[in-house]
Design a binder for this molecule. Sequence first.
Ligand code: HEC
Ligand code: HEC
Ligand code: HEC
Ligand code: HEC
Ligand code: HEC
Length: 489
Amino acid sequence: MAASSHDRKALFGRLFNYANNGITIAGIVLTTLSALLIVTFMIVELSGGLKHNPYMGLFAYVALPGIFVIGLIEIPIGMWRRRGKLIRQGATEKELSSYPRLDFNDPRLRRIGTLVLGLTVVNAVILGSTSFMAVEKMESVEFCGETCHTVMQPENTAYQNSPHSRVACVECHIGPGASWFVRSKIDGLRQVWHTALGDYSRPIHTPLKNLRPARETCEHCHWPTKHHGDKLRTFNRYDTDEGNTPNYTTLLLKTGGGRLSTGQYGGIHWWHIYSDNKIRFVTGDERKEEILWVELTMPSGEVRTYARDGEEIPDQTTLEKQARVMDCMDCHNRPTHLFQTPAKALDAELDAYPLFRELPYFKKTALAALTAGYATRDEGMAAVSAALTDFYKADYPDLWDADQELIMQAAEAASQAYGRNTFPEMDTDWQSHPNHIGHDDFDGCMRCHDGELMTSDEEHYIPMDCDTCHVFRTHESPAPLDLEAALNG
Ligand code: HEC
Ligand code: HEC
Ligand code: HEC
Ligand code: HEC
Ligand code: HEC
């Protein structure tokens, strides 16, 4: 049966009548404006204009789509309320609620139908692509590292100077798969909330409690068989005397790795991670700096339990709850957010710029400046730089006159060394975030390898002998290893 033109007019008349209210009109305006803005942002983005601004991304692909959806929701709500009002004003129920008969043989109705369908498709495309853009933005290093600038400054700065500065934050913090993605977004909402309230902890709590197991993330790039053999490493250290006198340690680190099938295996990675040894441990503190008890299960099924003198071995239920299976993170807890100690940060500058070694007492003066407390990072950076220039001006005026440029460079380098590693606003520095690799500044390996953790029959202990982990070629020697002679001799 054909719909009369009266029906059609009645329908549109009624729809317009319903739409004629503040809420619906506001909804239409919001939706239209935000849609136009989103499309504009997308065009700007595609032409390369938005890339490095995390706030713009947030605005374009999170805030605007939010407004767009609010507008869409407002439209029917306004109409529904207006309908209620019309009824209260005495419009007949029949007039209002009888549904019109729609007949798509009518060309005008078809046109309008096509228009509604078309707009729905446009809406879906806008929402779909903005969600995609939003996800892409939120996975970007700019977003993670820069949006909450002060909060993330320490981790982001360390990251930018790390071997992983081209690895996206999400590769380690989320990793592949939908379930971790969703978990991280839920956790992210909580973090945004605390950032907005300003009640986040300073420093950001470490170690992270719900970081994805390291082996699921790190091993995407560092697979087990890739690690094998020893690694020759040299550490140049500088004294705090007038001549910044260097000493050199070169050692062969038994990093190891490998696989049984090739017969090429052994070393540090092999021992704790890649072999069938399983190591569990219980810590006395949250930061895992004090290790009370260690259990080693070997492939033969033999289980060794190491405890400190007088420390009781925890019972099975405590163990199941508290014991942690050792993984990459128990040594590499700072693979990318490494806050160097002032001494090591300055050694790195002296390595990079040998000319600084000629400045008398450079290390001593800079070290004193780097370790003095400052209220903010900017204040600290300025003070470190001033401390050095003031020192040479006052104590070595001739040098200052002759070599001002070098002194200024050295002052700038020391100031940068401070800025890379010390963040007073977030209470973050090398002390709040110790590094577990090695044993020079922190206990690191020696949390277990201190020679005190032993089996109850005292047959076995976790070894501390220097050559367990490395073989010295030179040890704090005044001259660097002559590599050529070492190789030929
Ligand atoms: C190579 C892997 C890796 C990358 C890339 C990475 N992180 Fe991390 N991040 C870690 C690990 C591992 C920890 C946990 C250390 C712990 O729990 O002891 C961590 C910890 C953190 C913490 C907690 C505080 C701390 O220092 O322990 C924050 C915040 C953080 N990362 C932010 C970021 C941001 C922002 C980026 C990108 C700019 C990023 N991370 C990139 C591995 C990574
Ligand atoms: C997306 C790939 C990727 C992931 C994931 C990744 N790394 Fe790396 N990692 C690299 C690359 C690439 C380098 C080499 C950088 C170079 O040679 O300068 C590297 C270097 C390293 C180094 C050597 C650093 C140095 O000073 O030479 C360590 C240690 C390391 N990664 C540990 C980790 C740990 C631990 C994790 C997990 C928390 C991890 N990586 C996750 C890609 C990755
Ligand atoms: C028992 C401690 C320990 C554990 C556990 C450990 N590593 Fe290492 N790793 C080291 C040490 C020590 C080095 C050498 C550091 C140096 O160069 O001074 C190293 C070096 C590396 C390097 C640099 C390249 C190389 O071969 O020297 C990478 C990459 C690396 N580890 C990744 C990992 C990954 C991934 C895991 C987890 C699957 C892991 N490590 C577990 C101690 C450990
Ligand atoms: C959580 C405790 C723990 C930590 C931390 C730890 N280890 Fe171990 N490590 C062990 C245990 C347990 C053994 C096996 C001891 C035995 O042979 O009875 C072991 C064995 C080793 C071995 C093999 C020794 C052998 O007999 O050949 C090496 C090498 C080694 N560790 C190096 C390191 C290095 C380097 C670090 C720091 C980067 C480190 N370990 C950190 C627990 C630990
Ligand atoms: C459990 C393993 C282990 C044992 C045992 C061990 N070391 Fe080390 N040592 C390391 C690792 C790992 C590094 C490299 C640290 C790094 O990458 O910064 C290192 C580095 C060093 C360095 C260079 C430190 C620097 O940053 O200048 C010296 C010096 C050193 N060890 C001396 C010793 C001496 C002396 C002994 C014996 C009393 C010893 N080590 C026992 C694992 C060990």
